[in-house]
Design a binder for this molecule. Structure first.
Ligand SMILES: [Zn+2]
Length: 388
């Protein structure tokens, strides 16, 4: 198989736990050898083996492609007015999702697919090489299955979120909607999805309903992840840990028991600072989670209502500036942390055997992602060993 040597990397983030220099496994004056889709070697340029082709990184930094483990890209319509009103003083409530449900149901397959492709391309330009995305704006058997079928045409990380909110048609009988989500809708959706998710929140689904939805999905072979403790304290985080969910997402309102549960589990705490930014809500306390020993991921939550950003660099900058993460912690959480939240070991790191997903930065160090907020530093992206 043909090999490519990428040399003259000023600073390389490997996230290789075998290396000594911190959790980032940082290598200065570094090089990589790529064989096919995979990393074959990483180390100092001076020690690099020969390869068939040579690429000069010209003193740029290289980080693993970002792993965005939480987004809602299968939607139609626009919520500019809602955002504008909120920035003029009205609070965010879960019910705003209904606006997008109406628009999504009315959109063609082609329009929905084009939207997914557009936002995936936008994210890729900003260094995201793995993107999870969800259903949740259909809320009928046909519309949820359609959303997942379209999502699966674009990414392997597809999540069934029929339990985003109770469908408007079931407003007077939420129990019947839970029966649908755990019954006919699940049957129609499971073939397209890897994950099952639920919005466990006041105004959406309570702890008992969330448990029924997640365990039904698990019985169908789906893996669990949970929208937990975003707007209020609640049972979501502890339910996620109890059911060995890969990730509890949001984690904005946590008790000490919630933090302990996360720290003593394989469930990743995924923080989505774009949501707090876009709703002017209190930040999740990343420092408290990290100091307790929890694994933390960062993700965009890209969706038209509460966090309409596809930018992982923006989330890194917010996490460092406002959530008290160090730049190193934020980079790790946006790459290896995201991979952990998707239970993946082949992405989020640049060590031998990993997929060759690379983001080249127009900067000498990964720290610039937080140091130079809002600047488009990602100027070249490779996925599976190929420049894209
Ligand atoms: Zn979400």
């Amino acid at each position: 198989m043909r090999t490519t040597l990428v040399r003259n990397i000023a600073s390389l983030v490997t996230n290789d736990p075998e290396r000594e220099d911190g959790p980032l496994g940082l290598v200065e004056d570094a090089a990589l050898v790529i064989e096919g889709e995979r990393i074959a070697w990483a180390g100092r340029t001076a020690d690099a083996p020969a390869a068939d082709d040579v690429v000069d990184a010209k003193g740029r930094a290289v980080v693993p492609g970002f792993v965005d483990s939480h987004s809602h890209l299968v939607f139609a319509g626009d919520r500019t007015q809602e955002f504008n009103a909120r920035m003029s003083g009205r609070p965010y409530q879960a019910g705003g999702i209904r606006t997008t449900v109406t628009a999504t149901r009315g959109a063609s397959d082609e329009a929905l697919g084009a939207n997914v492709a557009r936002y995936l391309a936008e994210a890729l330009r900003q260094g995201t090489t793995t993107q999870e995305t969800k259903s949740g704006y259909g809320l009928t058997v046909e519309d949820e299955a359609r959303a997942l079928r379209i999502a699966a045409e674009h990414t392997d990380e597809v999540t069934y979120l029929g339990a985003h909110i109770v469908a408007p048609e079931y407003a007077d009988d939420p129990a019947a909607y839970v029966d649908l989500v755990t019954g006919a809708m699940l049957d129609a959706c499971a073939p397209y999805a890897r994950w099952v998710d639920v919005f466990c929140e006041k105004g959406a689904f309570d702890g008992d309903q969330a448990r029924a939805i997640l365990t039904a999905g698990q019985a169908k072979g789906l893996l669990a992840r949970v929208h937990a403790n975003q707007l209020t304290y609640g049972p979501g985080v502890r339910l996620a840990v109890e059911l060995d969910a890969a990730s509890a997402d949001h984690c904005t309102h946590l008790t000490d028991a919630d933090v302990d549960a996360l720290a003593n589990s394989a469930t990743v705490a995924t923080l989505l600072p774009g949501a707090e930014f876009s709703t002017r809500a209190p930040w999740p306390d990343a420092r408290r989670l990290l100091d307790a020993g929890a694994t933390v991921a960062l993700s965009t939550d890209c969706n038209p209502g509460s966090s309409f950003t596809s930018s992982m660099p923006f989330c890194i900058a917010l996490a460092v500036r406002d959530m008290k993460m160090t730049p190193d912690e934020a980079i790790w959480s946006a790459t290896a942390g995201g991979a952990a939240a998707l239970r993946r070991t082949d992405i989020g790191r640049l060590a031998p055997g990993a997929r060759a997903d690379l983001a080249f930065l127009d900067a000498p160090s990964h720290v610039h992602l937080a140091y130079r907020p809002g600047v488009p530093l990602v100027d070249e992206v490779w996925r599976a060993g190929r420049r894209v």
